[in-house]
Design a protein around this ligand. Structure first.
Ligand SMILES: [Zn+2]
Length: 312
């Protein structure tokens, strides 16, 4: 339990360190960067018993719940302490607010010590989401990019999203990384994400999926002996994402679910005002797979309503 304190408040970060009986590399894993994303948090609880240090080569640092205040406070996206989103606060600040100090600790004490990095998320409280793995890439960092891609595939998800950072500012030295995995990738570490689970629901198959995928990764990276024959899992690559956002505050009525394939021009939902009048209808600008769609009524102007993935 790592204590983090400012002059006004304090929190703890529960972390498990698995010291392998054989020397090797270090894998950093974070769960609960968003404290309302329960699937990876519960999978991380199971990993405590699954990862056997006797069989392990190397070190696994597992952050059980990075955003403990957000978890205990049942607060989607942001910490109730300082209203900051931990996954927009990297690399953090050692003299900053509660959330910024947590980000700083993860950057300097976990990411900086890792050879590989995995950040685990799910759809947050209002988000219906299809499960996928993602990897960071940049044409100037071919080695970290290709290792990350292999790691993402090894997890065993049906969909793999490529976060291509060539045109993103947050990977530049002068800009803040904002995202946990972006901070790791910026440091040259092969970096991947899991997105599995949705809407704050506890689903056994999703928790199993995350637990199994981390186990697959440990075998793939030779942290655990490869007892199984290599399984080639078929997957679909998603190279581009289209974000559709709300133009108004109001009430959102989705007409599609995460995982639906949509054609150009299909209706995805509409927003009404507080008197039932439709003020925005949302249509697919291109065909693709719905990765995420808001599935609870409140919607705020400029929030993402739908994310469509372009499959290869
Ligand atoms: Zn998240």
């Amino acid at each position: 339990m790592i204590p983090i304190a400012t002059n006004q408040d304090s929190t703890l970060i529960p972390i498990t360190i698995f010291n392998g009986s054989k020397n090797g590399k270090t894998l950093g894993i974070t769960a609960g960067v968003h404290g309302y994303e329960y699937t990876p948090i519960l999978a991380a609880q199971r990993l405590i018993k699954v990862i056997d240090p006797q069989k392990l080569q190397g070190v696994v640092i597992l952050v059980q719940i990075a955003g403990l205040e957000s978890f205990l406070g049942r607060s989607p996206y942001v910490s109730p302490v300082d209203k900051k989103n931990l996954n927009r606060s990297f690399p953090g600040n050692s003299n900053g607010t509660n959330t910024e100090k947590v980000a700083n600790f993860i950057s300097e004490q976990i990411i900086a010590k890792s050879n590989y990095f995995l950040d685990m998320h799910s759809g947050d409280a209002p988000e219906d989401l299809i499960s996928y793995a993602a990897y960071y890439s940049n044409s100037k960092m071919p080695e970290s990019s290709s290792t990350g891609k292999e790691m993402a595939i090894a997890l065993g998800f049906d969909y793999i999203v490529n976060f291509d950072t060539d045109k993103k500012d947050y990977i530049k030295k002068s800009e803040k990384s904002l995202y946990c995995t972006a901070e790791a990738f910026k440091r040259g570490i092969p970096s991947i994400d899991i997105e599995c689970g949705r809407l704050g629901i506890i689903e056994e198959d999703k928790i199993n999926k995350v637990e199994q995928s981390v186990s697959n990764l440990l075998h793939h990276l030779h942290f655990l002996p490869d007892t199984k024959k290599a399984v080639t899992h078929s997957h679909t690559m998603i190279t581009n994402r289209i974000y559709l956002s709300a133009k108004f505050d109001g009430i959102f009525y989705p007409t599609k679910k995460a995982g639906d394939f949509v054609k150009k021009g299909m209706k995805l939902g509409h927003i009404t005002d507080y008197f039932g009048e439709t003020i925005q209808s949302i249509y697919a600008p291109e065909e693709g797979l719905i990765l995420m769609i808001i599935n609870t009524p409140p919607i705020n102007k400029d929030e993402d309503l739908v994310v469509i993935g372009k499959t290869e």
